[in-house]
Design a protein. Structure first.
Length: 191
């Protein structure tokens, strides 16, 4: 059973993507922590668009900050994602809770214990894993899956409307991130 199954067996929405990598699982897992997940132009643009409303509401248009050049998993953790569980080098599970369909996302603290409890009313909880599977040729199949659990029918309707709008971009981001992790893992193998 995967960590994602342990925390998010029942869910209201999901998406999954995979990539084959010519590196062993341990190298892929290490690359997951250090790869520049913002290194693809699609990722930079889509993440900036998602962050724009919250930035404008907090700071206003006159206090611009440069977009970060490199973004690693640690940067996601600094912006609200929490590592809920890890089984190195097989799987890493991160989570987030809030009202994602709002302009700011209204993110709330979440930890591993709270992630096992029912989702509070009016909120959704997301789980996002990276899992490695060794291949017979010595390589790795790296997958990422996102699952979302909503607290109630009204929240589910709001979230699923939002999901229909952002899901294509979310998929592009995930595929671009897998590509960056593959590049980092394979670069380490030849270095």
């Amino acid at each position: 059973m995967t960590l994602l199954d342990e925390y998010f067996a029942a869910h209201d929405a999901s998406e999954r993507h995979t990539v084959r990598i010519a590196s062993p699982p341990a190298a892929v897992f290490a690359a997951l922590r250090t790869a520049d997940l913002n290194g693809h132009v699609v990722t930079r643009v889509l993440l900036a668009l998602r962050a724009l409303p919250a930035w404008l509401m907090r700071r206003g248009p006159t206090r611009a900050e440069p977009a970060p050049r490199r973004v690693t998993l640690a940067d996601f953790e600094r912006h609200g994602f929490v590592v809920l569980a890890e089984r190195a080098p097989e799987e890493l599970l991160i989570g987030l809770q809030g009202r994602f369909w709002t302009l700011t996302g209204q993110l709330e603290p979440l930890d591993a214990a709270a992630a096992r409890l029912p989702v509070p009313a009016g909120r959704a909880r997301a789980g996002w894993n990276f899992a490695t599977q060794p291949l017979p040729d010595g390589g790795t199949l790296l997958s990422t899956e996102t699952r979302i659990v909503c607290s109630d029918p009204a929240t589910r309707r709001r979230f699923l409307w939002y999901w229909r709008v952002i899901q294509p971009g979310s998929g592009l981001i995930r595929r671009a991130m897998l590509s960056r992790i593959r590049r980092e893992a394979e670069r380490r193998l030849t270095a």
